[in-house]
Design a protein around this ligand. Structure first.
Ligand code: GAL
Length: 687
C-alpha cells in the first residue's frame, strides 16, 4: 500500500479559531420570535430573560415576510427596535437570515422555484421550507436579503453571531424540479469532465444506460425499477453540494460586510442529506440542533452520539447546541414531556461533550401555528411552572460554569463516520435489508458509551494516529485511499476493528476487485469469499469468546490470509467457519467481526480489542456517564446519573464541586463523590 491520499489527510473543523464576540461564559438562550407578540410583551420577555440568565437569543430565522413584505421593499424598523432593546439589556444577538422560509409573494412570483418531489408533486405554500436550492430566483432573493441584513446589522454592537438559514436539508433536500434537471448535468460535467468518464464511473453498460449526450442524463426521479446506484449516489452528493452552495453564497456576502462569525445549525445524525464533515469546514463556528427521540428509553445515548459527532465535525473545537427542548416536542407520535432534572442532564451531556452554548427552541411558546404544543423556555403555563423554574436554575448553573468555556474533550477511540458510505449503503438491493448502517453505528457506540470511553467520530480519510482504537461499524463504501489510510494506521501500531459489509465498493459504488473487502486484506489478514445473510429472525451461535454468543442478520464465508481465528460459527450457514479474526499487521492489530452482535454480545469481543489497544474501560454503574474536559490548568469532570439510584464515583485528588457554590461535596479522604439519582456533578481538579 502507498501513501494514504495525494491530497493529504482530511482535517475536520472550521478554520476560524475564535468565538462569539462579547458573550461572557457559556451562551444561554434560544430562538426568539417576538414578531408573534405585541411589542409590550417584548419588555416582559427581556426582563424574564435576565432573570433566567439568558445572554444570547436567535432572532429573525422565520421573518422574511416581515423584513421584505414585497419584493425589494424592506422594513427593518421592528428589528432595529428589538436589537436596541436586547442591547440595552446586555443580551447578544444571533441573527438569522430568514431564507429557510421564503414569503408567499416569492412563490407566487416564481412558481418555477418550487420544489418537486421524486414522484413529480410540486410543493405548495402554507408550511415552511426553502425553494429549490438550484433555483436562480431563490438564490438571488436569498443573497439579497442576507446582504441587506449584513449591511444593516453587520457592525451592530449587540451582534454576536450570524445564523444563516435554518437546518439545511430539512424539510427540503432532494429536488427533481426543472431547475434541478438543468443544474445536474452541469454539476456532472464539472465532476467527470467527459461523458466517457461518467459512463465508466456509473457502469452504464449495465442495463444499456450508456449516454451519448449530456442532456440525456436525467435526475433519478421515479422509475420502473431500481435506478443506477452510482447515479443515485452522485445525486446525493449533488443535493448536498447545491445546499452548501446556497449556504456559502449567503455566508460570503455576510463575510464581506461583517467580521462577526457565521454558523448554520446542523442536525447531527438526524439529517442524512448533508455531509456534515464537509459543512464543518465552511462555517466559522459549528452549531447543532438536537431533539430526543421520545420512544427510545435510553435516548441519552443517542444524544451523546449526536453531541460527539458535532464536536468531531468541529475538529474538537468548542461548539454550540443551538436548539434543544425544555420538555416535549410536538412532531413525534407521542411527545413525552421531560421529567424533573432531565433537562439539566441533557444540557450537561452536551456541555460535557464540548458544547459552550446551551440554547433552546424556543424562548416563548407560540399561541398559533404548527408548533404551539412544543415546549419552550417560557411555557404556556408561564413562570409558575416547573419548566420555567428549571430554566432559571439551568441559567444559574451555567453561570457558575463559565470557566469551562474553551476547555476540550479528548478521545481515545474513533468511530468511523462517512456520509458517502451511509448514502451508498442505504440504496436498494443490498444483500440484506436487515443490515442497517445506522443501527450498527449506534450499537457499537452504545457499547463504547457503556464502557465509559470517549469517542470521536472520524472520516476514514483523517489522520487517525492519535487514537488507540478505530472502529469501523459500517464502512461499506471505502475508497482505495481510505483503505490505505486505515492500513497505515494499523501498521503504525493502531488497533482497528472492522464490522461486516465493509470495504466492499469504491466511490462509484463499484465492487472492489480482488474479492469483497480486498482493500483491507493487508490490515485484516482475511477477505470475504461470499456473503451469507441470515433469514429474518434467524440466530447463529459464536464460540470462542467465553460463553456462546448469539448473532443475527449476517455471516460471511471468509478466506484467511494470516489472521488468527478468535471465534467460530457453531451453526448457521458456515458451521465451523471463522466468525471473528485478529491479525498482526506491522506494529498493530486488525480485527474483523463477520456478523451482527448486539451491545451486550459485543462486550467480550470489545474486552479483547481494548486489551490490544491498551485501553481500560471504566466500570460505571448502569446509565451513568462521566465526561472530561481539559484546559491548560484544570480537568473538569461532568458526572451525570441517568439512573434511579444514587451512585458513588471516584474523583481525582483536590477536586472542587463547581455547582455547590465553592463548597466541596466530595469526600477527600475516600476520593469519591456521590451523584444522587437523576443528578449531575461538575468537578474541577488541578492539572
Ligand atoms: C427544529 C427547527 C425549529 C423548530 C424545532 C422544533 O428542527 O429548527 O425551527 O421547528 O425543530 O422541535
Amino acid at each position: 500500500m502507498t501513501s494514504p491520499s495525494v491530497d493529504g489527510p482530511f482535517v475536520p473543523g472550521p478554520a476560524f479559531d475564535g468565538w462569539l464576540p462579547g458573550v461572557d461564559g457559556i451562551c444561554y438562550g434560544g430562538d426568539y420570535n417576538p414578531e408573534q407578540w405585541p411589542e409590550e410583551v417584548w419588555e416582559q420577555d427581556v426582563a424574564l430573560m435576565r432573570e433566567a440568565g439568558v445572554n444570547l437569543v436567535s432572532v429573525g430565522i422565520f421573518s422574511w415576510a416581515l423584513l421584505e413584505p414585497r419584493e425589494g421593499e424592506f422594513d427593518f424598523a421592528w428589528l432595529d427596535r428589538l436589537f436596541d432593546l436586547l442591547h440595552a439589556n446586555g443580551i447578544r444577538v444571533d441573527l438569522g437570515t430568514p431564507t429557510a422560509s421564503p414569503p408567499a409573494w416569492f412563490f407566487r412570483r416564481y412558481p418555477q422555484a418550487r420544489v418537486v418531489t421524486k414522484d413529480g408533486t410540486v410543493m405548495g405554500f402554507g408550511s415552511r421550507g426553502m425553494a429549490a436550492p438550484t433555483s436562480p430566483e431563490y438564490r438571488a432573493a436569498a443573497v439579497r436579503i442576507a446582504t441587506e441584513l449584513a449591511e444593516r446589522y453587520g457592525a451592530h454592537p449587540a451582534l454576536a453571531l450570524w445564523h444563516v438559514h435554518n437546518e439545511y436539508g430539512a424539510p427540503v433536500s432532494d429536488d427533481y424540479s426543472e431547475n434541478a434537471r438543468r443544474a445536474w448535468p452541469l454539476w456532472l460535467q464539472h465532476r467527470y469532465g467527459s461523458l466517457e468518464a461518467l459512463n465508466a464511473a456509473w457502469g452504464t453498460r449495465f442495463w444499456g444506460q450508456v449516454y451519448g449526450e449530456w442532456d440525456e442524463v436525467d435526475v433519478p426521479a421515479a422509475s420502473p425499477s431500481v435506478v443506477n446506484p452510482a447515479q443515485r449516489l452522485d445525486f446525493a452528493r449533488f443535493t448536498d453540494a447545491m445546499l452548501r452552495e446556497c449556504f456559502t453564497a449567503e455566508r460570503d456576502v455576510i463575510r464581506a460586510r461583517s467580521s462577526v462569525p457565521v454558523t448554520t445549525n446542523f442536525m447531527a445524525v438526524a439529517c442524512p442529506a448533508t455531509d456534515l464533515f464537509a459543512w464543518g469546514r465552511e462555517v466559522d463556528v459549528v452549531s447543532n440542533d438536537h431533539y430526543l427521540w421520545a420512544a427510545d428509553p435510553r435516548n441519552h445515548v443517542t444524544l451523546a452520539l449526536a453531541a460527539d459527532l458535532t464536536r468531531s465535525v468541529a475538529g474538537g473545537k468548542p461548539w454550540m447546541l443551538l436548539e434543544h427542548s425544555s420538555s416535549g416536542v410536538n412532531w413525534q407520535p407521542r411527545n413525552v414531556a421531560k421529567r424533573p432534572g432531565e433537562e439539566l442532564r441533557n444540557a450537561m451531556s452536551h456541555l460535557g461533550r464540548g458544547a459552550d452554548a446551551i440554547m433552546f427552541f424556543q424562548w416563548r411558546a407560540s399561541r398559533s401555528g404548527a408548533e404551539k404544543f412544543h415546549s419552550a423556555m417560557l411555557p404556556h403555563a408561564g413562570t409558575r411552572s416547573r419548566v420555567w423554574r428549571e430554566v432559571v436554575e439551568l441559567g444559574a448553573t451555567l453561570g457558575r460554569l463559565g470557566e469551562v468555556v474553551g476547555s476540550r474533550t479528548q478521545a481515545d477511540v474513533a468511530l468511523l463516520w462517512d456520509q458517502e458510505s451511509l448514502w451508498a449503503q442505504g440504496l436498494e438491493w443490498r444483500p440484506s435489508a436487515d443490515l442497517q448502517a445506522g443501527e450498527r453505528i449506534q450499537t457499537f457506540y452504545d457499547r463504547l458509551w457503556r464502557d465509559g470511553l470517549t469517542v470521536d467520530l472520524a472520516r476514514p480519510s483523517q489522520d487517525l494516529s492519535a487514537y488507540r482504537l478505530v472502529v469501523a461499524p459500517a464502512s461499506y463504501l471505502l475508497t482505495a485511499a481510505d483503505a490505505a489510510n486505515l492500513t497505515a494506521y494499523v501498521e503504525g501500531g493502531g488497533t482497528l476493528l472492522v464490522s461486516c459489509f465493509s470495504g466492499i465498493v469504491d466511490e462509484h459504488d463499484r465492487v472492489h476487485e480482488g474479492g469483497f473487502m480486498a482493500p483491507l486484506r493487508t490490515a485484516l489478514g482475511v477477505w470475504v469469499e461470499e456473503f451469507l445473510p441470515l433469514r429474518e429472525g434467524e440466530r447463529v451461535t459464536l464460540e470462542g469468546l467465553g460463553d456462546p454468543l448469539h448473532a443475527t442478520v449476517w455471516a460471511d464465508d471468509l478466506v484467511l490470509e494470516g489472521a488468527e481465528v478468535v471465534a467460530t460459527y457453531a451453526d448457521g450457514p458456515a458451521p465451523g467457519g471463522p466468525a471473528v479474526t485478529r491479525h498482526q499487521a506491522g506494529a498493530g492489530k486488525g480485527w474483523y467481526l463477520s456478523t451482527v452482535l448486539d451491545a451486550d454480545a459485543l462486550a467480550p469481543l470489545m474486552a479483547r480489542v481494548y486489551a490490544d489497544a491498551g485501553l481500560t474501560p471504566t466500570l460505571l454503574p448502569d446509565d451513568v456517564e462521566v465526561l472530561r474536559r481539559v484546559s491548560d490548568d484544570a480537568e473538569y469532570t461532568i458526572a451525570i446519573n441517568h439512573s434511579p439510584v444514587d451512585v458513588r464515583l471516584p474523583v481525582p485528588a483536590g477536586t472542587t464541586d463547581l455547582l455547590s457554590a465553592g463548597a466541596t461535596s466530595t469526600d477527600s479522604t475516600s476520593g469519591t463523590t456521590t451523584v444522587p439519582a437523576g443528578e449531575v456533578r461538575v468537578l474541577r481538579a488541578p492539572r
